[in-house]
Design a protein around this ligand. Structure first.
Ligand code: ADP
Ligand code: MG
Length: 397
């Protein structure tokens, strides 16, 4: 019942065969870029408010494997073929010089790749490459950032031009998603995919872009990810609306971002009737979530997993009631998990309106959680147990 995802080595092996199949006249691939997916443990919808987030990198990764082809053309194939787009849409071919910012085309997935190339710090040479991934697509585990970071790392390997400033690398990948995929995402996903540390979550300050590794050492507990396998259409329009509402609130409170607001200030404008109820609730989520995230990192450092679990529960309730980005499926998954003895906390993770939940659970209780959800949940859930893993890799084979 728990999905056993392909290891990175298995992906790479499959990648060599896949490459030979699609580029039979080429020599073997000699460069590899790897970017992991991520799960955010707490700190949701805080990144674009200059707040804190606490994600960890996943063992599930996207890889880009290939070699320079001595032309000015890139040919890229993804092994992932669940796209309802044009025929043969798992392949793309484009000339480097035409890849300029705001060049957006089909297939859609190729825009992530083109965006990273266009925003890269130096001239890129033509290459042939394949993409393979063990990150579920569109499931809220950030397959998009893992694709951008894998692409960037691959280009570093191809050009030999390695970026020393890792924050810069993450920002370029974010920019690619903004202007090529049209998704106005925060910095969290790219940051953790670049910077992840094995055995640790990272407390990221999305304002200063400093980070603090938080060891996850307690081996009796694991994080169980449950993919709801639903993805409601509203997610991108509601995401934009939430960003707007947060800006509205920070304007009203006269602060540069909700990071600098306090519950005292917010309560004051609320009792004076200067803020509408919806905007008030949105701001209350962000302000309390930023506090919870800082506290969560502190208690984790002390090994207090119980309190961490409670903070996860509070985070979910706030996202459900105040920020209103959950959905019945996520609420149900969380409710079911919380019923099981041995579960310390459970919450939705990612932007909301579908995607995944993350549950902190005693190892001995994993099967009970899976059984309860399987027997009660109406959808088609998928389960993953995950350990905090390392960030991007640049490999010369
Ligand atoms: P998430 O990042 O939560 O998985 P997104 O909607 O942000 O969901 O990103 C999913 C999109 O990223 C896909 O629709 C596709 O365009 C692109 N993508 C991610 N992984 C791959 C891959 N292995 N091959 C091709 N495209 C991918
Ligand atoms: Mg994404």
């Amino acid at each position: 019942a728990i999905v056993k995802t392909e290891t990175t080595d298995e992906l790479i092996n499959r990648g060599f065969d896949f490459f030979t199949k699609h580029f039979p006249d080429s020599e073997k691939p000699d460069r590899l870029g790897i970017g992991p997916g991520r799960v955010n443990l707490i700190g949701e919808h805080t990144d674009y408010n200059d707040g804190f987030v606490l994600p960890m990198a996943l063992p599930m990764v996207t890889i880009m494997l290939g070699r320079a082809n001595d032309t000015d053309t890139c040919r890229v194939v993804t092994a992932c073929n669940d796209f309802q787009e044009i025929e043969n849409s798992n392949k793309t071919e484009f000339k480097i010089p035409t890849v300029k910012p705001l060049y957006v085309g089909t297939p859609k997935w190729a825009n992530y790749v083109k965006g990273v190339i266009a925003c890269f710090q130096s001239i890129v040479v033509g290459f042939d490459a394949v993409i393979l991934s063990s990150v579920p697509l569109g499931g809220g585990l950030s397959s998009s950032a893992s694709l951008e970071v894998a692409t960037y790392s691959f280009i570093e390997a191809i050009t030999g031009n390695i970026t020393i400033q890792l924050v810069h690398k993450a920002m370029v990948c974010q920019k690619a998603e903004h202007i090529f995929a049209g998704v106005p995402c925060g910095i969290m996903d790219q940051f953790i995919s670049v910077m992840g540390i094995e055995g640790h979550a990272l407390l990221i300050d999305c304002k200063s872009l400093n980070y603090d590794p938080v060891p996850l050492t307690e081996s009796n507990y694991v994080f169980l990810i449950t993919n709801s396998n639903v993805n409601h259409e509203l997610s991108s329009s509601q995401y934009q609306l939430r960003r707007y509402q947060c800006e509205e609130a920070s304007d009203l409170l006269n602060v540069p971002s909700l990071r600098s607001a306090t519950m005292d200030n917010l309560s004051k404008v609320h009792s004076n009737g200067e803020i509408n109820e919806i905007t008030y609730k949105r701001a209350r989520h962000v302000i309390t979530e930023i506090e919870r995230t800082k506290t969560a990192a502190d208690v984790l450092k002390r090994g207090d997993y119980k309190t961490f679990g409670q903070l996860m529960n509070d985070s979910h309730n706030s996202l459900r009631d105040d920020f209103e980005v959950s959905c019945p499926e996520l609420d149900q998954l969380v409710e079911l998990a919380r019923r099981v003895p041995g579960v310390l906390g459970s919450r939705m993770t990612g932007g909301g309106f579908g995607g995944c939940t993350v549950t902190l659970v005693d190892k001995t209780a994993i099967n009970s959680v899976v059984n309860v959800i399987n027997s009660e949940y109406k959808g088609n859930p998928k389960f993953y147990t995950v350990l905090p893993s390392c960030g991007a890799k640049i490999v010369k084979l």
